[in-house]
Write a protein that binds this ligand. Sequence first.
Ligand code: NAP
Length: 317
Amino acid sequence: MEEARKGVLDVVIVGGGPAGLTAGIYLARARMDALLLEKQSPGGAPALTERIENYPGFPEGISGYELVDRMRRQAEGFGLRIASFNPLLGLKEEGEVKVLITEEGELRAYAVILATGMRPAKLGVPGEDEFYGRGVSYCATCDGAFFKDGVVAVVGGGNSAVEEALFLTRFARKVIVVHRRDRLRAGKILQERALSHPKMEFKWKKVVKEIKGDQRVAGLLLADVESGEQEELPVDGVFLYVGNLPNTEELRDAVELDEKGFILTDAELRTSMKGVFAAGDVRAGAVWQVAAAVGDGVRAALNAQFHVENLKGTAYV
Ligand code: NAP
């Protein structure tokens, strides 16, 4: 048995956002042999959020990068190993052992926590791919400063769109939110700020038909959702916040997903593969909040720990 256990980790956590890092803090403190696999850009989506105001304990708000950096330092402080050799190519079972297939070889563990998060969805209009990096962006924190004194459009009406539109007012002279409805989906406090902001304008009930330009983005072709009437809106850049897609492509054959590709779990965050748990935004039914992802990370870690200790016969029951 001991021989068979060689080279088998207790738990592999896939994804280094708040859910994965929180799971890492708990597993490291439980002295589990845990490894967190991280992608190139550490910290997940919140790391790209300029300011997080609704994470409890930070009444003045905190930069997304700093919040996840603190989580990471906390996890590493307790001894969590973090390695950057995502992307994951697949996951399979060999008896009680889970095998993670990565570009750099295979990893074996008794339990896996999938905390791979989600990524911005594309709008799917002509010009979007062509002008990506030349006026089309999905990240205001990364690219906003390139539009100093310019005019930018933000597409979408959710929390991301409105939060990032407000951030862009620091650089741009005008920020135009293009939304397909006549009111915003974003939370009320963000709406209040946006609707009263002197630099912000709104194009209601409009959809983007095309992103136009020559070398760079020069404008948007908009259509009214009711009349179909079209108009051109000259802009220097466009930021797209039209929803998100789960990062589960490589997990499709391993665990059950919902129709949108999010991982199905039970209340204990168990997936359809025994010993594999899902936590954070990638889980079907997640509320897509940092505080909730942290809660998921705790539950997944405790259940993964219990699963491994049961297998090894060391559980405190
Ligand atoms: P979201 O809430 O799904 O909003 C996406 C927006 O894009 C919606 O307004 C939607 O319109 C619009 N949209 C979708 N497809 C479109 C299309 N084809 N053409 C035009 N518009 C389209 O996504 P999100 O803003 O990225 O937020 C994701 C989750 O993270 C949410 O649960 C959100 O609350 C959370 N989040 C929270 C915070 C915070 O707490 N401060 C910050 C960021 C994100 P409809 O409204 O018509 O559907």
